[in-house]
Design a protein around this ligand. Structure first.
Ligand code: FMN
Length: 366
């Protein structure tokens, strides 16, 4: 796929996700074959005012790999200035968020709210286009529309392209849908059908497996697919997509030793890059992700909330994978968790809430 002058290799893109697509996680996904990764959305207003919470998240990928920065805002000049900051740190493209459904974002008439103001959205795109060097594309991530009464995905995308967008990503839900129900593929197909062939369209929503990936491509004709939630703790999904794109046989699922090694690499990157006050929370998060659905995972997550410091969480993770490895030797590759008892689920939910109260973040899920 080409975006302007940039050749993006085969494979899926990692979706921008608040409090998820930080440098450690992006690195893991890149190392497993993600064609491009995005930062979480960053407030243009906060970036240009130099607010540390925003500027500290403007991370270039390691090893000189290409990466994209996503920004949100509604003042064209402010968004353009923030986009220039992203290019200054090496972003290969700047994406503008026009899909976040979170009330705190749409209340400020940003994110998905821009789909109700196509003229302003177009002015934002052209201001960013004018501010960036010609080789750095501006792209847009939008939804199927604001609600079912205004399904304007294709018209909106066309307007963004006329204003200078070089690629459009479509999450096939309306703002009203949030994350409920299943994703609709028709709006993505409509955008693909309406835009000129040289402008790539990226499909997004509910891709959890290689089969979902292929179905999304087949049903919409999209040029690439962006994967979000299913990549958490599962960067191997990018490897599997890449294999299918290259016509190679499907790789076998990761062994426990491979899971442990990737978890540990992720945890070590977190230890290197996380803000000290977030470290404990972020390490617990890695354990929750990489043990999700695996035998003993729910118990491990509850235990991790009781551990008082980062070293103890790391030791807990090592002990967990060592036990899982013994189980693998005994029982083979069946590593799945038996169905959780209702009380265990309840404990899990409350442990997570406690973690948020103790300094973890709630996310926009935009
Ligand atoms: C925790 C979380 C945070 C998100 N943050 C952003 C964001 O910063 N910018 C954005 O465009 N979309 C954001 N999204 C939406 C995703 O990029 C993606 O569109 C959505 O999750 C659907 O794709 P999926 O089904 O593959 O997860 C977020 C989603 C989640 C779950």
């Amino acid at each position: 796929m080409r975006i302007g002058d940039i050749d993006i290799g085969p494979g899926a893109l990692l979706a921008p996700m608040e409090a998820v697509t930080d440098l450690p996680f992006r690195t893991l996904c890149e190392e497993h074959g993600a064609a491009l990764t995005y930062t979480e959305f960053l407030s243009a207003e906060a970036l240009t005012r130099g607010v540390a919470k925003a500027t500290a998240r403007l991370w270039a990928s390691l090893g000189g790999r290409r990466f994209a920065v996503q920004v949100f805002g509604r003042e064209p000049e402010v968004v353009a200035d923030a986009a220039s900051m992203a290019v200054d740190i090496g972003a290969c493209l700047v994406d503008i968020n026009m899909g976040c459904p979170a009330r705190r974002v749409t209340a400020g008439l940003c994110g998905a709210a821009l789909m109700r103001e196509p003229d302003l959205a177009a002015r934002i795109v052209s201001a960013v286009r004018a501010a960036l060097p010609s080789g750095v594309p501006v792209t847009v991530k939008q939804r199927a529309g604001w609600d079912d009464r205004s399904p304007n995905a294709a018209e909106f995308a066309r307007k963004m392209v006329e204003a200078g967008a070089a690629l459009v990503t479509v999450h096939g839900r309306t703002r009203d849908q949030g994350f409920s129900g299943s994703v609709r593929l028709a709006p993505i197909a409509e955008v693909r059908a309406l835009l000129p062939r040289h402008v790539p369209v990226v499909g997004n929503g509910d891709v959890k497996t290689v089969a979902d990936y292929l179905a999304m491509k087949r049903a919409t004709g999209c040029d690439a697919v962006m994967i979000g939630r299913a990549a958490r703790g599962n960067p191997w999904l990018f490897r599997d997509v890449l294999a299918v794109e290259r016509g190679q046989p499907a790789p076998r699922p990761p062994t426990v030793a491979e899971r442990r090694a990737v978890w540990r690499r992720h945890a070590d990157l977190v230890a290197e890059y996380a803000a000290p006050k977030m470290l404990l929370h972020e390490l617990r998060k890695t354990l929750a992700w990489y043990s999700h659905g695996l035998f003993g995972g729910a118990f491990l997550r509850r235990r991790s909330f009781a551990e008082p410091d980062p070293d103890a969480v790391l030791a807990l993770g090592e002990a967990y994978f060592a036990r899982l490895s013994e189980r693998e030797a005994r029982c083979g590759a069946d590593l799945g968790e038996p169905a959780a008892a209702p009380r265990a689920k309840w404990l899990d939910k409350h442990a997570r809430r406690r973690s948020v109260r103790q300094g973890g973040t709630e996310t926009c899920e935009g």
